[in-house]
Design a protein around this ligand. Structure first.
Ligand SMILES: O=c1ccn([C@H]2C[C@H](O)[C@@H](COP(=O)(O)OP(=O)(O)OP(=O)(O)O)O2)c(=O)[nH]1
Ligand SMILES: [Mg+2]
Length: 147
C-alpha cells in the first residue's frame, strides 16, 4: 500500500476528491472543478481543473485516463491519453478533454470526467553506447512481421 496525499484546493469543498466507484476498481474517478458548465463543441478541447493536488512516493506515476462511458456515449476522451502526472508535480491535477463526438457536450461542476490509475515506474539509468546488442528482430518494425 502506497500512501498518496491529496490536497483539496481552496474553493472546492463541494467537489469530491478522487474515489473508486467499486471495491477493486483500478481507477479513481476525478471530478470537474469548473466554476460553471463548460460546453465542448465537436472537435474542441479544454483543460478541466479537478480541484485537488497530490503528492505520491517517488516510485509512482499517476495516469489520467478516459472514462469509457463518456467515450462511448459522447465521444469525450482525454486528448493526451494517458496523461502523465509526475511524482514531483504539486500543481492542480487537470484533465485535457476533447470532444470527438458529433454533438456539443456540457461538462458540469462535480461531474466525473476521467480516472487516475497509479503505476510503479522503474528507476533507470540511461547510458550512451557505440553498439547495441544483436537480436533476431534487429531493425525490423512497423509491421515487418506481417499484417
Ligand atoms: O493529463 C495531465 C497531464 C499532465 N498534468 C500535469 C502533471 C504533470 O506532472 C505535468 C506535466 O505533464 P507532461 O510532462 O505530460 O507535460 P509537458 O508538456 O512535458 O510539461 P512539463 O514541461 O511541465 O513537464 O502536468 C496533468 O495535470 N494532467
Ligand atoms: Mg514533461
Amino acid at each position: 500500500m502506497y500512501p498518496i496525499q491529496l490536497k483539496r484546493l481552496p474553493g472546492n469543498e463541494d467537489v469530491p476528491l478522487p474515489r473508486q466507484m467499486s471495491e477493486w476498481a483500478a481507477g479513481f474517478d476525478v471530478h470537474a472543478a469548473v466554476d460553471k458548465a463548460v460546453v465542448l463543441e465537436p472537435g474542441a478541447r479544454a483543460l478541466i481543473p479537478t480541484g485537488f493536488a497530490m503528492a505520491m512516493p517517488r516510485e509512482l506515476e499517476a495516469q489520467v485516463r478516459p472514462r469509457s462511458g463518456l467515450a462511448y456515449k459522447h465521444g469525450i476522451t482525454c486528448l493526451n491519453s494517458p496523461g502523465t502526472i509526475d511524482a514531483d508535480y504539486r500543481g492542480e491535477v487537470k484533465v485535457l478533454l476533447v470532444n470527438l463526438g458529433q454533438e456539443p457536450f456540457a461538462i458540469e461542476r462535480g461531474e466525473r470526467i476521467a480516472q487516475i490509475v497509479f503505476q510503479r515506474v522503474p528507476q533507470v539509468i540511461l547510458e550512451e553506447v557505440e553498439e547495441l546488442s544483436d537480436t533476431s528482430r534487429g531493425e525490423g518494425g512497423f509491421g515487418h512481421t506481417g499484417k
